[in-house]
Every structure is written in C-alpha cells, then in structure tokens.
Design a protein around this ligand. Structure first.
Ligand code: PLP
Length: 417
C-alpha cells in the first residue's frame, strides 16, 4: 500500500465552469424561481429521454408522490415494490394513505424479481388492490421491464387505474384497466437510445440529488407520454393553482389573477437549479462514459479475488453505484469489519441498501420480520458500495482497488474453507 493514506470521499459531484456560468446568468437575470430555465430544461430533457412530457420538480421524492397521485392511487390500496431501496420509494405511498407491497429481489441484479412479483400478484386476496408496480433500477441496473409488463398483462384480477384525467380534475378510475408502472429512475442517467429506462412505464421519475448521474444539487424530473397526466402533475406541483407563476409573470394585464382548483404541493424546481441541470444534461454522455470506465476498471481488477462479486452489468447500466457483494463463506471478517478497514485506509464507502422491511417504521406498521425477504436481507448483509463518480481520478481508483485487495486478501480463507 502507498505510504500516504488518501482521503477518497464516497461521492463528489462533477461541476465545472459551465455550471458556474449558468448559475451566474440566472442570478443576474432577476428571476430565480421556476421560469424560462426550468421550461427549457424540461424540453431538453424530454427530447433526450425520448418522452412526450417532462416536468421539473424539487426532488424525485416529489415526483414519486405526484406520479402515484396522478395514477389515481387511493387510500388503502397497494403499490408493489422491492424493499431493497431508499426510504423515498415507499414513503410516498403513505402520503396517500396507501401501502407498499414488498416483493423480494433477484439476488443477481438486486432489482425486483419479476417471477416473485407474478406470484405475489397472483396470490393476493381480493381485499388488497394493487394499483401500481414501482420498479427501482438499483444503481442504474435495469429492471426487467418487459417481464414486468408481461406479469401485469397476465393479471386477471380486478385492479384499476386511471384512464381519464380531464383538465384539472382528480383522476377517474376504470375498474377493468390494468396495473400501471411507475419507474423509480432515481439512479438512471437519461439515455438517448436503446431501452430508455424511466420512459418505459406510464410514469418515470429521475433524481438530480447531489450524487446522482446528473445533478442540480436537489431536484427531480417526472416523465410521461400521457399529456393529461403531465397536466395533473404540473397543477399539483405548485399549490393546485391553475396557472404557473411564470405564465402569470409573462402575461401583461391580469397577471395577478389565479384560481386554486386543488390542494396542491410546493414541489417546483427553481431556475437557479434548472440552469445547472441543463449543463449537466449536455454532459450526460461524458459523465456516463467516465463512470462506465471506472466500473470496467474495478471489474477487471477485482474479478479474480475469490471473495467478491462485482455488480450485475448487462451493458445498459448507468453505473450510479458500484455495489460489491462479499462472499461470506470465503472471508474471515464481516462486512462491517471490511468497511471499517477500508475507512481506516481512507476509502469512503456506503451500503445500498438497508432494506425497508427491517426499518423500525415498516416493521412496526406491517409486522414484518427480517426473514420475510431473505434475498434482500442477504444482499444487504454482504454488500459494500465503492466510490464511483466522474471526477474520481485514475490514481484514486487504483488506490481504491489496492485498498480493497489489501483488506480482502488478508481476510481470505480460500474456497474450500
Ligand atoms: C432509489 C431512490 N429513489 C428515490 C430517491 C429520492 O430522490 P430525491 O433525493 O431526489 O428525492 C432516491 C434518493 O437517493 C433513491 O435512491
């Protein structure tokens, strides 16, 4: 190991002079909140993602909330998802008085297991109505969207989803309509081709939180092909007011008049942040390529250890996270000891995820036990996320690999042990 111990943070945003200039431009313009920058960001994002409508928001959490609301999720209904995710994915169901319906993961991808989803939906008793499936592309690794759609198409129970949203009214329900898909694309880099994650369900939600593939510090984007759904989200993101502030500001004359037609929320994205987002969006490919290079480097350098498994990669991943899985049978130390030793060597790490079904709130509210979702539990107990971000230097990534090998090789107890 190098005599100088480095201090490598787990995450660091990649921001440069273009982002700085964009912020200054907005500061000098006299208009800081949602306006022309946010509007332009939405248009540019929609074009890149290949989707009809993109609505800029204060966070992905806001997007998940508004997406479920616009899809007509009602009190007492269920939203199917894996417990292997961040708090936001499930908490939004509770905002609406609905409930998460957890389904275990595929241990290879760490995403919701389509086969188990099928089983869960097929064996639900009729008192539990699932309105939405909410797949999360963990770390940017794609969920099996075609299989999930197939599972939904095969369902014959009387679920419903909104088929008509007229003007500003609350979604109406068609009892015979199938379950909707809301993609949690918080870890996804908006893709210009192939299977465009985040645009394959009725709704997709991206995050621009500080460590995400593209960032605005805080922020999110809701994408949909459905014009009425987009209109509902636009209404609810700003107090349920029938005209956006920017439209009122632009119009000469009765600019002050507006009507509150619903009890909405305060979920808009300010221009200050949207301006950063526009620059980051233009840099999407450059940022994604660098993450991908680092992932390839780690894969190569760590593939032959005997005590680690690299993350799943089918070529369409955004490499938001690099989640290593330790092989417990081949190691003399625990995951927590492994992390502590990496931290002593100055390598920042994290754990994705502590599954929601072992969190006090979900255990208390739904009486869940850790063993209810054994794959999620096992993945959690043996995973470590390594630093992966565009500004991680070649020297730093080399150091990370040497630190992992130093800790792991010393703790290796061979395949036969
Ligand atoms: C899987 C997942 N979904 C949703 C969110 C919420 O994103 P935001 O912080 O933009 O609200 C996060 C945040 O990290 C996340 O990891």
């Amino acid at each position: 190991m190098s005599p100088t111990i480095k201090n490598i943070p787990f995450a660091r945003p990649s921001l440069g002079p273009e982002e700085e200039e964009a912020v200054l431009r907005v500061m000098r313009s006299g208009w800081l909140t949602t306006g022309s920058e946010a509007e332009a960001f939405e248009g540019e994002f929609a074009e890149r993602a290949g989707v009809e409508h993109a609505v800029a928001l204060s966070s992905a959490t806001a997007g998940l909330h508004l997406g479920l609301e616009a899809l007509g999720v009602q009190e007492g209904e269920f939203v199917a998802m894996s417990p292997y995710t961040f708090a936001a994915t499930a908490e939004v169901t509770r905002y609406l008085g609905a409930h998460p319906l957890f389904v275990d993961i595929d241990p290879e991808t760490l995403n919701i297991d389509a086969r188990q989803l099928d089983e869960t939906l097929s064996t639900l008793d009729h008192t539990r109505r699932v309105r939405v499936v909410l797949p999360v592309h963990i770390g940017g690794v794609p969920c099996p969207m075609h299989e999930i759609r197939q599972v939904i198409d095969n369902q014959r129970h009387s679920n419903s989803r909104p088929t008509s949203i007229t003007g500003n009214s609350r979604p109406t329900l068609d009892p015979a309509a199938p379950i909707s898909i809301l993609e949690d694309a918080a870890h996804v880099s908006p893709s210009a081709g192939g299977d465009r994650l985040g645009t394959m369900g009725e709704v997709g939600v991206f995050s621009f939180y500080a460590n995400k593939p593209i960032t605005t510090g805080e922020g999110g984007m809701l994408c949909t092909h459905n014009a009425e759904l987009a209109q509902r989200v636009r209404l609810m993101r700003l107090h349920g007011i029938d005209r956006q502030v920017w439209d009122r500001y632009r119009s000469v004359g009765a600019g002050w008049r507006y009507e509150v037609v619903e009890a909405g929320y305060k979920y808009n994205m300010p221009d200050l942040l949207a301006a950063i987002g526009r620059v980051q969006l233009r840099r999407t490919e450059e940022l994604r390529r660098r993450r991908s290079d680092i992932a390839m480097y780690y894969n190569q350098a760590l593939c032959d250890t005997g005590y680690l498994r690299p993350p799943a990669d089918n070529g369409n991943t955004s490499h938001h996270l690099y989640i290593l899985r330790l092989i417990p049978e081949h190691l003399k130390i625990t995951r927590d000891e492994f992390i502590a030793r990496l931290n002593e060597l100055g390598v920042g790490t994290s754990v994705h995820y502590i599954p929601l079904h072992i969190m006090p709130y979900y255990q208390r509210r739904y009486g869940l036990k850790p063993t209810d979702f054994p794959e999620a539990l096992r993945a959690f107990e043996w995973c470590i996320s390594l630093p992966i971000y565009p500004d991680l230097t070649d020297e730093e990534r080399e150091y990370v690999v040497r630190a992992v090998r130093l800790v792991g090789d010393a703790a290796y107890q061979g395949k036969g042990a």
